[in-house]
Design a protein around this ligand. Structure first.
Ligand SMILES: [Zn+2]
Length: 156
């Protein structure tokens, strides 16, 4: 695991890595600047029943900190009608989620669906944040059954 600093915290404030790196090691109130590594980052995430996942934001620049969900998208084109379907596997921050076959295609569709599944407010994310938070890898698969299956379906 790369020992990359994801963020810095003082007493109650949190800063993204670039902003935090410019701040003093001890703040005016005497609090130490503490680095946050990737394996600690999920401790700063919250889940709210109504809002969904809440990510920490940098107190200086407002950027969401460290929220990364890799999307593996599989697409399947139904030749007879020319329709394209997709399925997703969303992983990151201890999460591993499958979105079974749905109609549609395209990176924007995948990202929007992932955000919706995670309970994130899509409209509140900038284009850059959407791109950074949801790196997408896409594979076209030859058969419908090559799409991601829910564990319960695969086990039948
Ligand atoms: Zn920042």
């Amino acid at each position: 695991m790369a020992h990359t600093i994801q963020a810095y915290t003082y007493h109650a404030a949190m800063f993204c890595a670039p902003c935090g790196a410019t701040l003093p090691e001890i703040d005016p109130e005497g609090n130490d600047r503490t680095p946050v590594y990737s394996w600690h980052l999920s401790e700063f995430f919250y889940f709210d029943d109504h809002i969904g996942v809440i990510f920490p934001q940098c107190d200086k620049c407002g950027q969401f900190i460290g929220a990364r969900f890799s999307i593996e998208a599989r697409t399947w084109r139904q030749k007879k009608y020319g329709n394209t379907y997709y399925s997703l596997r969303i992983t990151g921050q201890g999460l591993d989620l499958v979105v079974p076959m749905s109609y549609g295609h395209g990176t924007l569709t995948f990202r929007h669906r992932a955000a919706t599944e995670l309970g994130l407010n899509w409209g509140a994310l900038s284009h850059d944040q959407r791109r950074e938070m949801f790196p997408v890898t896409e594979y076209a698969v030859p058969r419908k059954r090559d799409l991601h299956q829910l564990a319960t379906e695969a086990g039948r």
